[in-house]
Design a protein around this ligand. Structure first.
Ligand code: ADE
Ligand code: ZN
Ligand code: ZN
Length: 301
């Protein structure tokens, strides 16, 4: 049966303010796979039967409510660097007086671990962390220029849109085909296979989780933002995309980087939550039929 085209188009409508639902859901699904049993128990105590995938887009809905307006600047850090020649993030230069993704990660890390806040407050803190550890891997969430590319007009399949939206949504959705939980779970499975022994990402995994200790939340978050921001110079703005059609050669160069960023977000989120819940910086990976912890190398990155 052929569906009316509106049924196909509607799921693509949404916020141009964060990795779209597909990116966040895929990061949530990857992370869920690597949680230790103790972490799963802690997550369940706060989220009930909801999964990390289920709660991954909550922060984007919340920011557009009256009560959640304060959290809008928490989704990005506006690095005042000079791309494409110079890329960098400087916390004191870039974070801003109303907060940024780095200060938000630091704050919600401590709130999630609090012994005095209510369960509802700790649940919100966990949901913010699930979302922000995703957003920080989107290069344009680590860049100031034209409001993270929202002000750079480009073409996608001949239609006018903006560069930020292309990275949040159009590039991942062109690769995967849709943004529902089913699409996200399927993409997560492909990425988990690449992270497993012999897979394309296996040798990178330990470096991706090398800074995942909540006791050094701020410096780790700066290192993640710096890592995402580097792609602004090497990829996002390497050649000026303004006015260009991005669904061809630009997409081909971007998609491997987008998938790596989603993979990083997933394993970092798992390692981070595992450390919060168990004190040990590791993720649980399937090895020869059993599960073994993959431990992060001591502080580097
Ligand atoms: N608004 C201002 N800067 C932004 C950024 N880097 N990403 C998303 N929204 C923004
Ligand atoms: Zn966001
Ligand atoms: Zn965005």
């Amino acid at each position: 049966m052929r569906f009316p085209s509106v049924a196909i188009v509607l799921p693509f409508a949404g916020s141009a303010l964060a990795w779209g639902a597909l990116g966040h859901r895929t990061i949530g699904a990857i992370a869920q796979n690597y949680l230790t049993p103790a972490t799963t128990q802690w997550v369940t105590s706060l989220l009930g039967s909801a999964t990390l995938l289920d709660v991954s887009t909550w922060a984007d809905d919340y920011r557009s409510t009256a009560a959640g307006t304060f959290s809008a600047p928490f989704h990005y850090i506006d690095a005042l660097d000079s791309p494409p020649s110079t890329c960098n993030v400087n916390y004191s230069r870039d974070c801003g007086s109303t907060g940024c993704i780095v200060s938000a990660i630091t704050n919600y890390t401590s709130r999630a671990q609090s012994t005095s806040l209510s369960t509802a407050q700790k649940t919100d803190a966990l949901k913010f962390l699930v979302h922000f550890l995703g957003d920080i891997t989107q290069p344009l969430h680590d860049e100031n220029i034209e409001k993270g590319g929202n002000g750079i007009t480009v073409l996608w399949n001949g239609k006018s849109t903006n560069l930020h939206s292309v990275w949040d949504t159009a590039i991942p959705e062109k690769y995967v085909g849709g943004n529902t939980a089913t699409y996200a779970n399927n993409w997560a499975k492909e990425i988990i296979a690449k992270l497993s022994t012999g897979g394309a990402y296996a040798s990178s995994l330990s470096s991706w989780i090398s800074c995942t200790n909540p006791s050094t939340a701020q410096s780790c978050a700066v290192s993640w933002a710096t890592d995402g921001n580097a792609l602004i110079c090497t990829n996002v703005l390497k050649t000026n995309p303004a006015g260009q059609e991005l669904s061809g050669a630009y997409y081909n160069a971007a998609i491997p980087e987008v998938e790596r960023q989603i993979a990083k977000g997933g394993v970092r989120l798992a390692a981070y939550l595992n450390t919060i819940a168990t004190g040990k910086a590791s993720i649980l990976e399937e090895e020869d039929g059993g599960f073994e912890p993959i431990t992060a190398p001591s502080e580097e990155n």
